[in-house]
Design a protein around this ligand. Structure first.
Ligand SMILES: NC(=O)c1ccc[n+]([C@@H]2O[C@H](COP(=O)([O-])OP(=O)(O)OC[C@H]3O[C@@H](n4cnc5c(N)ncnc54)[C@H](OP(=O)(O)O)[C@@H]3O)[C@@H](O)[C@H]2O)c1
Length: 306
């Protein structure tokens, strides 16, 4: 536990910066519940898988390959079903949707946790910048494909980031989604994470009148594989900051577990959470017109994919 987390107090939810996923789910009985989780094989996803399993849930553990998902379930010691899904490959996402439908299990929550960050050079997939495509478009296809399975009180949880503030000035650069005009690694990550937030916001609006919810969150800053593209100097500084500032993985998975499973979060929707409490995202993340424009653009992108 870092020095900083020892100094921070809990917020209105009763949890805070220092809370762990085990603490926010203490006493919860999740037997009979099913959670679908992307990025289940590493970092925050693996801890989320472990803790949901610990509370008795069945987790549909999604990873790039079945082998990775199976290994994650074994490592976490959780009961669940391994399913393959490469979020950067629409055919793979659609196959995942079909496989999950075939399980015939209603989903209590879909947790979109997988992500890539700050790729140093522009990479494209199906013509689009890879972070936007993986983090947003992949999850857009997945969640929309699974909506029929979501229970009437089902929750969609988008693991976004405080780095959504690094998005371009206009938020989503609809005229630069291929990176054809310019590419900045952190700005592209910020745009993709802003897209996660806007997606949750628009989905929440579409859920109005139902018992379903959609929220986004910042998990904190945690040393995971996510930082593999970081330049070596920053990586050293990051290592030094770890005992002072950074969250542990156990703390990093707490806000996800709170929004996905805690009874107090059942009616919360359209919100951005950090440290297990409601937080204020950037102005752009609150822009409902931008959220709608992203949704219609994403639909058009998906319709044009093979
Ligand atoms: N760690 C932080 O400080 C931090 C801060 C803010 C937000 N976040 C967010 O938290 C989430 C989890 O990150 P983490 O820190 O746990 O990082 P991580 O350890 O690198 O885990 C990322 C996960 O995403 C998966 N993934 C990446 N590309 C994929 C693809 N094309 N298809 C399917 N799965 C893919 C990875 O699979 P492979 O192992 O196969 O690559 C891995 O399971 C991310 O959305 C990240 O943006 C993290």
């Amino acid at each position: 536990m870092s020095l900083y987390s020892m100094l921070k107090s809990a917020g209105p939810s009763g949890f805070g910066y220092g809370s762990t996923a085990e603490q926010v789910t203490a006493g919860l009985e999740l037997s009979g519940r099913t959670y679908l989780l992307t990025g289940s094989n590493s970092g925050l996803g693996l801890e989320t898988l472990r803790v949901l399993g610990l509370r008795g849930a069945h987790v549909v553990a999604v990873a790039r390959t079945v082998d990775k998902a199976t290994a994650a379930l074994t490592e976490a010691g959780s009961a669940g079903t391994p399913v393959a899904c490469d979020l950067a490959e629409p055919a793979s996402v659609r196959a995942c949707v079909a496989a999950v439908k075939a399980l015939g299990r209603p989903l209590d929550a879909v947790i979109c946790n997988a992500g890539i960050m700050a790729l140093p050079n522009l990479q494209r997939q199906h013509g689009f910048e890879l972070q936007f495509f993986t983090n947003h478009i992949g999850h857009f296809i997945l969640v929309n494909g699974l909506l029929d399975l979501l229970t009437p009180q089902g929750r969609v949880v988008m693991v976004s980031s405080g780095a959504h503030r690094a998005a371009p000035k206009t938020g989503i650069e609809f005229d630069n989604l291929e990176g054809q005009r310019s590419y900045h690694s952190w700005q592209a990550y910020g745009q993709a994470k802003l897209a996660n937030l806007l997606f949750a916001k628009e989905l929440s609006r579409r859920f109005e009148g139902s018992g379903r919810t959609a929220n986004a969150l910042h998990p904190g800053v945690i040393a995971t594989n996510l930082f593999r593209h970081m330049n070596p100097v920053l990586r050293v500084l990051f290592g030094l900051a770890k005992p002072i500032m950074l969250k542990t993985t156990a703390q990093g998975a707490a806000t996800t577990c709170y929004l996905a499973a805690h009874p107090d979060a059942a009616a919360i929707t359209g919100q951005y959470f950090a440290d297990c409490n409601a937080a204020r995202p950037s102005k752009l993340a609150q822009d409902t017109a931008l959220a709608r424009q992203l949704w219609t653009t994403s639909e058009a992108i998906v319709a044009g994919l093979a």
